[in-house]
Design a protein around this ligand. Structure first.
Ligand code: N01
Length: 865
């Protein structure tokens, strides 16, 4: 190994780009930037390359992504020339690989080892960063890149008396270079995350006695380490480029086929088989992908979690120890699961003992050992495997002062705010590699690192080519990305765990989900879109002038986006080009493929008398003892599609959330029965329900009318008719993305008329089937044109990406102006159809909760009070 860079080398007065870190990110940055002709210097506190692999030298340290995938892909020749000896390489082998990379591309001359950047200040006049090193050198750079890693800032043991102990102390994240010999010693290990789980079996081999202090048991899966997997090697040999490209566009940075099997709906034998197969693979992506819904649905997750607990119980002889080792306080995967080699079996050894800190907490570390609430123990050595101040720690530990005099630490006091995890407002020309709010730790890091470095390098090249020298994200773009990150995390089970992903492992750290969970593929698409569209959301300045294509790159809810992608992939013809029978068949098939919705007390089907014959209805009764308030419900489908059964999941959800009996009534459909047939049926149904409230199990006088889309139109119209007819008494109306007007010229039609399921053309098709042009302005077709005073209190729900949004908003405003109490619920990032997709679009749940709460406050408050 030729170590040509050293701390003695001088620091240049000025470079184009200064980099912090000489791990996977820093090395590739130097390579790329140099190739583009930028002057670059990198700094690392270590005395050689390696980053995390330089510091984490504890026994058993290995990667948890197969090394066939955990390697650079930028140079095919480098790949050909390097052979990994194991499926999961050891730390020394990975370090040797990085050293080989540094030698091969002669990167060390551009690295100052043994040197930390202690402060960085943005100089707005000179448009440069002013840096100070730990040797008190000063330098300037145009661009400053923090390639400082996500798990590089070890947490100092936050245990009373930690500094007092006089024996040997080791931190897994700062392990000594010389071999540590535990032979014949009494050793304590505190912490059972990935580091603890990797080192415990090896320390147990040497130590005379090993005591493991466990606060939270962790899920771990046998790594089944060995030779690199032959199937992967074969794929790589056949088409290396194709394999790497597939990794770049995969969800986690490894090309695996995602499953479409749901844990909730799969039969027990299929669940078991899928789990056992994944257990044999020994890879995180296999066990994290047993079911497509295990990261979202607690029931599905619990199937996997319990099957892992069964394995733990089967492997650990002492039942009490086995039980203590079984994780029960967080869903599987919400803390990073571990890959182990004989971890649980280690507790069967007679000299290994588990101390469950949930039962007997550590009181203090003493001069000789550890005192728990139950006993005092003496040790020759204590190993702290207590983790890191992850993701933000390495960034805020440098004193970075931005354009407005604020430090990064101050700006992020309540949690990080970034744009694409790459930059942060107020800190021009400062880039982060695998920063918070990028996929980073939730992905194969090397794939994510290469993507980030390539994006930054391309960006700098572009700025230079366009005679620009300052780049900063706008507040709008940053706020949008932060919101999108939160939206992505909120639909998952991740926020339920006290994990380092949530910042929960560091006392006082804000509880915010730190990495981006929208996938490597989705993330890469977003970065690409930004770059291809004039760097959306970045303000650019320089000799060539200033410009900004401001905007938010992801506004749609992440699960709604998945639905849209899925529908687009089906390649179906637009519904408005179909004949009515085909359109109805498609709508029915789509409804049948949806989850059924929550369980209710009872569902019954019956008929009620309508003006032109019987009308079928389906009644959903809450499980509680009645009587209950009543909701007369009208389904969506543009007056053409659907039936009293078609919005079943939504009706169940409404029933459960409001505690009301929901009566979903059919009505005559167009084009067979055109306007006003549906109106006549709806009004007749409401009158009948009001008259028969008691026999339906309802509370007389507690009747709301509700509907979605065209059903919302009928609900609104019915309320007007009831008011004009002097009854029946309606105590509330719920209008969900309702049709309120036949004027299709509002802005929401222009903005959302295409690409969001309900298109402007489809809405025209519905109107054409439903009503003659001359009738459409009539208040019984366009309730917005009616007199609104004296109507029942209303809950009006509109969706951001719905062509009908503006007419819904207009109806809410007009109702309020007419003195009608209105609660408006605006569904951010939703489309016309997503709020009724119960259990399929999880982000709709809080909106429906708000809707139900609003409805209850509007018409049930007197009853509940
Ligand atoms: O750290 P951790 P880590 N008293 O935070 C416990 C990556 N990595 O270094 O869970 C008592 O996961 C803490 O308990 P609790 C990987 O991404 C990868 O192990 O907070 N106990 C926990 O058990 C990983 O997730 C590899 O209740 C205390 C442990 O210490 C990440 O790095 C290998 C305590 C810390 O676990 C971090 O892993 C290693 C206290 N005061 C790491 N404070 C591979 O590639 C903390 N703990 C395989």
């Amino acid at each position: 190994m030729a170590r040509s860079g050293s701390e003695s080398q001088s620091v240049p007065a000025e470079v184009d780009v200064a980099v912090v870190g000489a791990g996977f990110s820093g090395l590739y940055l130097i390579y790329r930037l140099r190739e583009l002709g930028f002057s670059v210097v990198a700094f690392d506190e270590a005395d050689d390359v390696g980053g995390t692999w330089y510091w984490n030298r504890y026994p058993g340290a290995r990667c948890d992504i197969p090394t066939t995938d955990y390697a650079y892909s930028f140079d095919p020749q480098l790949e050909q020339d390097w052979t990994w000896s194991e499926k999961y390489a050891t730390q020394p082998e990975i370090l040797a690989y990085l050293s080989h990379v540094a030698d091969r591309y002669d990167l060390r001359p551009d690295i100052r080892f043994g040197t930390r950047i202690t402060a960085a200040v943005w100089d707005e006049v000179g448009r440069k960063w002013q840096l100070r090193t730990s040797h008190d050198d000063e330098m300037r750079c145009r661009y400053y890149v923090m390639a400082s890693g996500c798990l590089s800032h070890p947490k100092t043991p936050d245990i009373e008396g930690a500094g007092r102990y006089r024996g040997e102390v080791y931190l897994t994240g700062m392990w000594p270079h010389d071999r540590v010999d535990f032979s014949g010693k009494k050793v304590a290990v505190v912490g059972t995350g990935s580091s603890g789980i990797q080192c415990i079996p090896l320390i147990a081999r040497e130590a005379a006695e090993l005591t493991v202090f466990q606060r939270t048991p962790n899920f771990s899966v046998p790594a089944r380490n060995g030779a690199p997997p032959p199937d992967r090697l074969a794929q790589l040999a056949e088409d290396r480029g194709g394999y790497r490209e597939a990794a770049r566009w995969s969800r986690g940075g490894i090309p695996v086929e995602p499953t479409d099997v749901s844990g909730v709906t799969a039969p027990a034998d299929v669940r078991r088989q899928r789990f056992e197969d994944a257990w044999q693979v020994g890879e995180l992506y296999a066990i994290l992908g047993v079911f497509n819904d295990q990261g979202l649905n607690p029931v599905s997750n619990e199937f996997v979690a319990e099957m892992i607990r069964e394995k733990i119980r089967a492997n650990v002889s002492d039942p009490e120890t086995a039980d203590a080792l079984c994780p029960k306080d967080h869903p599987f995967g919400t803390k990073r699961p571990c890959l182990d080699s004989g971890y649980f079996e280690t507790f069967n050894l007679p000299h290994v003992r588990l101390v469950d800190l949930r039962r007997t907490p550590i009181v203090a570390i003493t001069e000789t050992g550890i005192d728990t609430a139950a006993e005092s123990m003496a040790f020759d050595a204590i190993v702290f495997a207590t983790g890191f101040d992850a993701m933000t720690g390495p960034l805020v530990s440098v004193d970075i002062t931005g354009a407005n005099g604020l430090t990064l630490k101050e700006k992020w006091a309540d949690g990080p705010a970034t744009y694409l995890g790459l930059m942060t407002t107020g800190f021009p020309n400062l880039f982060m590699i695998t920063g918070p709010q990028s996929p980073s730790v939730l992905s194969n890091m090397v794939v994510s690192i290469e993507q980030h470095v390539d994006w930054v390098a391309d960006c700098l090249r572009r700025l230079r080519a366009e005679d620009l020298d300052r780049i900063e994200p706008t507040p709008l773009a940053e706020a949008g990305w932060v919101q999108h990150n939160q939206d992505c995390a909120d639909i998952t089970l991740y926020p339920r765990a006290n994990s380092w992903y949530m910042g929960a492992n560091v006392p006082g750290k804000p509880r915010v989900f730190l990495p981006y969970i929208g996938g490597v593929d989705g993330y890469r698409r977003a970065c690409q879109e930004v770059a291809e569209n004039g760097l959306i959301g970045f303000r650019l300045d320089g000799p060539a002038g200033a410009r900004c294509n401001d905007g938010v790159v992801r506004r749609i809810q992440p699960d709604v986006a998945i639905v849209l992608d899925m529908m687009a992939s089906l390649g179906l013809p637009p519904m408005e080009t179909m004949n009515v029978a085909d359109a109805r068949a498609l709508a029915e098939a789509t409804a049948a493929s949806m989850p059924p919705g929550p369980a209710v007390g009872e569902i019954t089907d019956a008929v009620l008398p309508g003006p032109a014959g019987d009308l079928s209805y389906r009644l959903y009764r809450p499980p509680s003892t009645g009587p209950h308030p009543l909701i007369a419900y009208f389904h969506g489908g543009g007056w053409v599609l659907g039936s009293h059964q078609s919005d079943g999941a939504f009706c169940r959800d409404l029933c459960v959330r409001t505690g009301a009996v929901v009566v979903s009534v059919n009505y005559r459909h167009a084009p067979e029965d055109r306007f006003p047939a549906a109106v006549d049926d709806a009004f007749a149904a409401v009158r009948w329900i009001a008259a028969n409230a008691a026999s339906l199990g309802g509370i007389p006088g507690q009747l709301a009318v509700a509907g979605w889309s065209a059903g919302g139109n009928l609900a609104a119209v019915t309320c007007q008719l009831a008011r004009d007819a002097g009854g029946p008494a309606i105590s509330g109306q719920l209008l969900l993305t309702a049709v309120t007007d036949s004027d299709l010229r509002r802005s929401s039609y222009a903005e959302n008329g295409e690409g969001f399921v309900l298109t402007a053309d489809l809405m025209r098709w519905f109107w054409e089937h439903y009503a003659d042009e001359a009738d459409r302005a009539h208040p019984t077709a366009s309730p917005l044109r009616g007199t609104l005073a004296g109507l029942p209190p209303a809950v009006v729900v509109t969706a951001e990406f719905d062509p009908l949004r503006d007419e819904g908003d207009a109806y809410a405003e007009a109702l309020a102006a007419a003195g009608v109490p209105v609660r408006q619920v605006r569904a951010r990032g939703h489309i016309h159809t997503s709020l009724t997709m119960v259990d399929a679009v999880i982000s709709g749940a809080p909106v429906r909760a708000q809707m139900a709460e609003a409805l209850n406050s509007v018409w049930l408050a007197p009853v509940r009070a």
